[in-house]
Each structure stands twice: as structure tokens, then as C-alpha cells.
Write a protein that binds this ligand. Structure first.
Ligand SMILES: NC(=O)c1ccc[n+]([C@@H]2O[C@H](COP(=O)([O-])OP(=O)(O)OC[C@H]3O[C@@H](n4cnc5c(N)ncnc54)[C@H](O)[C@@H]3O)[C@@H](O)[C@H]2O)c1
Ligand SMILES: [Zn+2]
Length: 344
């Protein structure tokens, strides 16, 4: 069991089978709205709802699965359900699910009655180490997360048995972010993933990855500086995700390989091959040779325009020593070649 406090606001509880008291905290809420997504296995959803019903009146609100939940239309519907259920400012929302669910729950909790308390019980590894931590919430318009809030949840409760029991493809999505956290902030986490692959102990992976993110978020909550380090692997990764239709975790894995090459070229990073081997060991892709170089370049050019003509990427001097650099076209070409893009 592990407990930490983020931003002086969020209490994070990490352990096996949390009791209802852990999920609810010291809240004296009369009503608790439990928001859940359909993809959460029924046993997990039921366990949370049953535990809570002994203490407060639960109002269970199921929303569409995955990204389909992150819309104004769904947020509108949920707010109406909360109003109809008589939720007051002193009451509580508990979000049970992956990152899409907690992003919606955080947004709704931030605007309903101008803000009511929210707790998250993330049920995916991405949710546990990334989406639930750091106080960003988001809805999608034409672009992902175009609308959202900076507002911390009051509690995050992570059941390590749920995380350890995830289907492997879902676990891999999160492990890509865990490795990213290790590369930018925790050599011990990198060692752990290198030695154990996907069998690395869930509790330790979760605690370590969360500590990396919270350390950065506490110094730069509003994303004006150091928080950019969390984008390691995400510049080329995002472009590959969109151009190649890959999952986010797979694209970030490829993006880290590319960023590893940029780091070697511009910062003398010597861990490039080791990082590639760890990514392979985790069953994540290290190349994306089927993706069009032109499409990726087009997307990177868009980023460049948005950033006044300079493409910026996070590089590593060594593990846990990240910094942001401006990257020239020749280096981008080399980075894409490192992941098999544009070699055709
Ligand atoms: N706010 C942030 O800072 C932040 C950071 C990272 C990601 N995100 C957001 O998080 C989302 C991605 O997170 P995600 O991958 O958890 O997405 P998700 O919530 O869509 O979950 C992925 C799938 O797993 C299912 N699922 C949930 N728990 C499960 C379990 N225990 N066993 C089996 N299936 C389960 C879900 O129903 C869904 O179908 C994106 O919307 C992204 O924008 C936000
Ligand atoms: Zn990511």
C-alpha cells in the first residue's frame, strides 16, 4: 500500500482491493454519482458500487465507451442526470473506468454547480498513471482534448489487482507511458521494465510512474514549461498515430525510438539501443515502416507552424535527464529512418 499527495490536493491511494472508505475518503456526501463505462468488467464495477451503497446513496450513470464519452452531448446528459438525482455541491462524483471516463468525469465535476468534488478509480494502466494524475480533463471536438479544465481530483484510488489483471493489449498501452515516465524521470523504473517486461509488479510500476508525473506537475501545473517533458516520444509519436492509424501506446513506443535517435544525434545519448530492446521486450513496436513519410512530415509541419516555425522535441542527455531542443529537417529525416519511415 502506498499513499501520496499531489499538488497539495489529490490523495493517491495505491494497493490491492481498496475498501469503500478508501474510495469515498472522509466525505460526508449524501449522494454519490458513480460514473462508469461499459467496458469495465462487471465484477469490478459492481464491487465499487456495492461498497459505496453501504455508506451513501449511489446514482449509477453509465456513459458510452471510450472516446465516444468525451463529447459535450454526453457531458450535457450527465449533468442533467446529476440534477435530476438531486446532487448538491457537498456531494461527490466517483469516476470508475479508463482515461476517457475520468476525463469526462473530471470535466463534468468541474462545471456542474460550478464544481463539485470528484474521485477517480482508474481501471486501466493509462488511466492510473497518466489520465487520472495531474488534473487535466478533456472533451474532444474536431481535435482531441480541445476543451477541458485544469482541476485536480480530490482522490485517486488504484486497485493494483485490477491493473495486474488487465488484458495484455490494454496493459501494453499503459506500459508504453510507464516506460516514458522512466526514461524522463526514473532509472529504477526503466531497470524494472527491462528486467521483468510486462510481468513487472503492477504496484511498483504504478507508484513509480505516478511519482515521475506528479513531481513534474507540481512544478508546472498549467503546462507552461517543464510539463512538456511528459511529451517525450509524443511529437513523432502523435504524427505516427494519426498518419498510421496506430494505437496511442504503440505510436508512443515508435515515437520514443525516434526520439532516442534524435537524443543520440543532438545530445550524445548512449541509451538508444537499450531503449529499443526494452520496447521490443514489452511487445511494443519499434518501427512503423508502412507509415507514409509525407503524411508524417505534413503533420510535423503543422506542429512547426503552431510553434512559430521551429519543431521542438524532448531529448535525453541520459535516462532521467530530459530537455527540449529545436530539431532541424535533417535530424527529423534521420529520426524517421530509425523507425523505418521514408526508407522505401
Ligand atoms: N487527462 C490527462 O492528462 C490524460 C492523459 C493521458 C490520457 N488521457 C486520455 O485517456 C484516454 C485513454 O485512456 P484509456 O486507454 O484508459 O482509454 P479508455 O477509457 O477508452 O479505456 C480503454 C478501453 O478499456 C476498457 N476498460 C476499462 N477498464 C478495463 C478493465 N479493467 N479491463 C478491461 N477493459 C477495461 C474501456 O471500457 C475501453 O473500452 C484518452 O481519451 C486520452 O485522451 C488523458
Ligand atoms: Zn501519451
Amino acid at each position: 500500500m502506498d499513499e501520496l499527495v499531489v499538488g497539495g490536493v489529490t490523495r493517491v491511494w495505491i494497493g490491492a482491493r481498496p475498501r469503500p472508505e478508501e474510495v469515498l475518503g472522509d466525505v460526508a456526501a449524501r449522494r454519490v454519482a458513480v460514473m462508469v463505462q461499459p467496458g469495465v468488467p462487471a465484477t469490478i464495477g459492481r464491487r465499487f458500487a456495492a461498497g459505496i451503497s453501504g455508506i451513501a446513496v449511489p446514482i449509477v450513470i453509465e456513459v458510452p465507451d471510450g472516446e465516444a464519452a468525451k463529447t459535450f452531448a454526453v457531458a450535457d446528459e450527465v449533468c442533467r442526470r446529476l440534477a435530476a438525482g438531486g446532487l448538491e455541491r457537498s456531494d461527490l462524483i466517483v469516476g470508475v473506468g479508463g482515461g476517457a471516463l475520468t476525463d469526462l468525469a473530471g470535466f463534468v465535476a468541474g462545471v456542474f454547480l460550478r464544481g463539485i468534488r470528484v474521485h477517480y478509480t482508474p481501471t486501466t494502466l493509462v488511466g492510473a498513471i497518466d489520465a487520472a494524475i495531474g488534473g487535466k480533463s478533456g472533451l474532444n471536438l474536431d481535435a482531441k482534448n480541445l476543451v477541458g479544465l485544469f482541476r485536480h481530483p480530490a482522490r485517486v484510488v488504484i486497485d493494483t489487482e485490477v491493473i495486474a489483471g488487465l488484458p495484455r493489449p490494454l496493459l501494453r498501452q499503459g506500459v508504453a507511458e510507464a516506460l516514458k515516465a522512466g526514461m524522463i524521470g526514473d532509472p529504477g523504473l526503466v531497470d524494472l521494465l527491462e528486467a521483468n517486461g510486462l510481468d513487472a509488479p503492477a504496484g511498483e510500476v504504478v507508484s513509480r510512474a505516478i511519482r515521475v508525473k506528479t513531481t513534474i506537475v507540481e512544478r508546472d501545473f498549467r503546462d507552461e514549461g517543464e510539463r512538456a517533458h511528459l511529451n517525450y516520444g509524443h511529437t513523432i509519436g502523435h504524427a505516427v498515430e494519426i498518419a498510421g492509424g496506430m494505437s496511442h501506446g504503440e505510436a508512443v513506443a515508435v515515437g520514443m525510438v525516434a526520439a532516442g535517435r534524435v537524443s543520440a544525434l543532438l545530445a550524445g545519448f548512449t541509451g538508444e539501443e537499450r531503449q529499443r530492446a526494452i520496447i521490443a521486450r514489452l511487445g511494443l513496436p519499434t518501427a512503423a515502416s508502412e507509415v507514409s513519410a509525407d503524411a508524417v512530415r505534413g503533420l510535423l509541419d503543422r506542429d512547426k507552424k503552431r510553434a512559430q516555425g521551429a519543431l521542438r522535441m524532448v531529448v535525453l542527455d541520459e535516462v532521467a535527464r530530459p530537455r527540449v531542443v529545436v530539431v532541424d529537417d535533417a535530424t527529423v529525416t534521420a529520426a524517421l529512418a530509425a523507425v523505418g519511415i521514408g526508407e522505401g
